[in-house]
Ligand binder design. Structure first.
Ligand code: IMP
Ligand code: MG
Length: 178
């Protein structure tokens, strides 16, 4: 396992991103929508860095193929959103932007509910993987194309607790899968 982003660097990047988010939304009614379980750690830290009136919602977890972290198409029953997002600004919060498929599928579904805007904040963006015509609006860190864990990101349910972001070596990916 190789540490890509230390705990200290994570804190600095998050503080910068939170500053951008705060400046962007200033006096607007904002709802953060955490995307699945992977966003929880990020969401908790972001809330504490955002000195703004906020509503917070969480979309439920889905389960994908074992070890792939690539779930099937995203269809979310948006009735789980407790508060009305009509007329509010929605910021989707996710751990990592890989191919972008998740965000690309979620944005139109949220748009149907009549928010003012839907934007996207991610902790990590993988280089050279995007296959949708939209990029996240707020990005903590750009990382190389490796499988990463820690800070809420898992591999087969492991490593979520790590306070830093680490890339798994190919042997570790094989071991954990067997
Ligand atoms: P996308 O739809 O391809 O952008 O993938 C987004 C989701 O795939 C993320 O929210 C993660 O749950 C998962 N994912 C993609 N890459 C990684 C990784 O390197 N480590 C852990 N999970 C990942
Ligand atoms: Mg996720």
């Amino acid at each position: 396992m190789k540490v890509l982003i230390s705990e200290n660097e994570l804190r600095q990047g998050l503080t910068r991103m939170a500053g951008e988010i705060r400046a962007h939304y200033a006096d607007k009614p904002l709802t953060l929508v955490g995307v699945f379980a992977g966003s929880i750690v990020l969401l908790a830290d972001l809330i504490r860095l955002l000195d703004l009136p906020l509503r917070v919602e969480l979309l439920p977890s889905r389960h994908g193929g074992k070890g792939t972290n690539k779930p099937s198409p995203v269809v979310v029953d948006l009735d789980v959103l407790v508060s009305d997002i009509r007329g509010r600004h929605v910021l989707l919060v996710d751990d990592i932007f890989d191919t972008g498929d998740t965000m690309w599928e979620l944005i139109p579904q949220l748009d149907e509910l009549g928010p003012e805007t839907v934007r996207v904040a991610v902790l990590l963006r993988k280089q050279g993987r995007c296959r949708v015509p939209r990029q996240p609006d707020f990005v903590g860190f750009d990382i190389p194309d490796a499988f990463v864990v820690g800070y809420g990101l898992d591999y087969n349910d492991r490593y979520r607790h790590l306070p830093y972001i680490a890339a798994l070596e190919p042997e570790e990916l094989r071991e954990a899968a067997s």
